[in-house]
Every structure is written in C-alpha cells, then in structure tokens.
Design a protein around this ligand. Structure first.
Ligand SMILES: [Zn+2]
Length: 305
C-alpha cells in the first residue's frame, strides 16, 4: 500500500502563531522543526499500519517546509508545486492520503490562520456552501480514487474536515501559546500528542479499506470571494465572471474546477504556456533557498523536543 502524507503547517503541534508559518522568518524555522516531527510520527504510524511505501507531499506556501535532513528517510519527499499531472505532482498511484497539520476555512471566526487555498480569499464557496481545503483537495483526490483517511489540526479545522470526511481518523491539536511554553507540561503534551499522531495514522492505514474517496457530484459552481475588490481585479486575469470581489466559474467535476482555481490563483495567461518550466524554476529556487539559506530558528521560549 502506497500512503501519501500531505503536510500543511498551521495545524502542527508546537505552533501557536502565524509568524511560525511564514516562510523565511526565524519563527518559521522553528515551525518547520515542529512540522517535521509531526510528519515523522505520521510516517512511522503509516508503516506500522501496513504501508509499504510512503510519500510526503509538502503543500504549505511554495512547499519546502519540512526539514529534509531530519525527515524519516524511508519516506520519499516531494517539495514544491507542479503544473502536471497535478498541482501536487505525480500522485495517482497513492492508495490513501493522511493530511497532517490542517487549518480552518477562510472566514472561520476565531480560528487559527483560517484560509482556503490561499490567503487572498475571504471565502470559497462550492454550490453555495462555504468550503474548507479538505472539501476541495479531498474531492480532487477523490476523483482520482484516493481517499483522505486522517487529518490533524485545530479542533474547528478537524470538525470542518470531518463534516465531509466522516470516515477519517483525526487528532486535535492545541493552538494556544500556553500549551507550548510551560516547559515540562508542554514537553509532555508534545510527546503525548505526537504519540497520538502515530497511533491514529496507524489506525487509519490499517482501516484503509473503510476510507472513501470523497466525490462531490457535478456540475460544480465555484465562487471565490477575494478579501478586497482590488485583489479580485488584480488576480482575475483570466476574465472569469466577476461581481465586485466575487469571481465565479463552473466545471463538470473537481479536477477541472480545481485547475481553474489554480489558474486564477497562481498562473496568469502570460505564464500559462510556460507553466511547466515556471513551476520547475520555482521549485529549484525554493529547494535551494530553504535548504541552504534557512534562517536560525527562534522558538520564542517554546519547550522543544
Ligand atoms: Zn498552509
């Protein structure tokens, strides 16, 4: 069984503020260590549960967040984004995905760093319903026949994910600063929390046959509400239907609809013919930058394992 571990960062154990998720900062360098620990526990759990191959797909921002030299070397690592066969690269042979360190949907009151796909959107709706990333990515993977069987992250993020993925196993992660800065108690919390990640990932993989690919039947109507009208004007270079700050489009299925979302978000028409080369250059640049020119970590007095 080939298990994919998709990694965001906001929902990691040890992370309590936005700056720890912001690429290039010293606090992010600490956040990367937190995420890497979480991912390693999920990898171990996947192997314990019966996976014979594990691939880690790093998805946050430009996609080089895990500290590769600390990552369990049994897993294959895919950093960065692709233009084909999917944004996530070649993933079609995955049997199950475990989604580590997720966050809540754009517009979720009181949530930690809530956003859907990209920070420019104040809300993304699908067939008139506000969705989170697990709806979109889950249905995208679902159309490829791949179920999501595990999520970890803040309680509200997990709740939103499970509304669409009721079969998935989950681990809730505390986002309050005091959970991580009280030394002994925090070390215990981190240890127990990550043991839960490992245990729950194992259960998810062991129960892979009960996990279902999420399919949202088409036709699909997407609405991406930008944070401001100005942003909508700036990003809507493909001239999708636009009313004020809301840009909308239709698709027959999630694979096409998600492609259009990515065009709107990342690939203007001028770049489109060169998207493969463009993605390759970006990946190479950030792989080198984030591997060899990373800042010194600032853990802001967090208890560290
Ligand atoms: Zn993220």
């Amino acid at each position: 069984m080939h298990v994919g571990i998709f990694a965001d960062i906001e929902g990691s154990f040890g992370i309590w503020r936005m700056r720890q998720c912001r690429m290039g900062t010293r606090e992010w360098q600490y956040g990367r260590a937190c995420l890497t620990e979480d991912v390693n526990h999920a990898i171990q759990g996947a192997f314990d549960g019966g996976a014979d191959k594990v691939t880690v797909k790093d998805t946050h921002e430009v996609g080089f967040n895990c500290l590769i030299d600390r990552l369990d070397s049994r897993a294959k690592y895919i950093g960065g984004h692709y233009s084909s066969p999917s944004l996530f690269g070649k993933i079609t042979d995955l049997d199950l995905v475990l989604y580590v360190a997720i966050h809540a949907a754009s517009g979720t009151e009181g949530a930690f760093f809530p956003h859907t796909h990209y920070g420019i959107f104040s809300e993304v709706r699908l067939n008139n319903r506000r969705v989170c990333e697990m709806d979109i990515y889950g249905a995208y993977l679902g159309e490829l026949g791949i179920p999501i069987g595990f999520v970890s992250g803040e309680d509200i993020a997990v709740k939103q994910a499970l509304a669409s993925l009721p079969w998935a196993r989950s681990v809730v992660v505390d986002k309050r600063k005091e959970a991580y800065t009280s030394s002994e108690k925090s070390l215990r919390y981190l240890k127990e929390g990550r043991a839960m990640l490992r245990q729950t990932a194992q259960e998810a993989v062991r129960n892979a046959s009960k996990m279902q690919p999420l399919v949202i039947p088409g036709p699909l109507h997407f609405e991406a509400v930008f944070r401001t009208r100005l942003l909508a004007d700036k990003f809507n270079r493909w001239k999708f239907k636009q009313t004020g700050e809301t840009v909308e489009w239709e698709s027959e299925n999630m694979i096409d609809g998600f492609d259009m979302l990515n065009k709107l978000t990342f690939i203007p028409p001028k770049i489109y013919p060169f998207r493969r080369q463009f993605a390759f250059l970006l990946r190479s640049y950030f792989r080198i930058k984030n591997t060899y020119f990373a800042p010194k970590p600032n853990s802001e007095d967090a208890a560290e394992t």
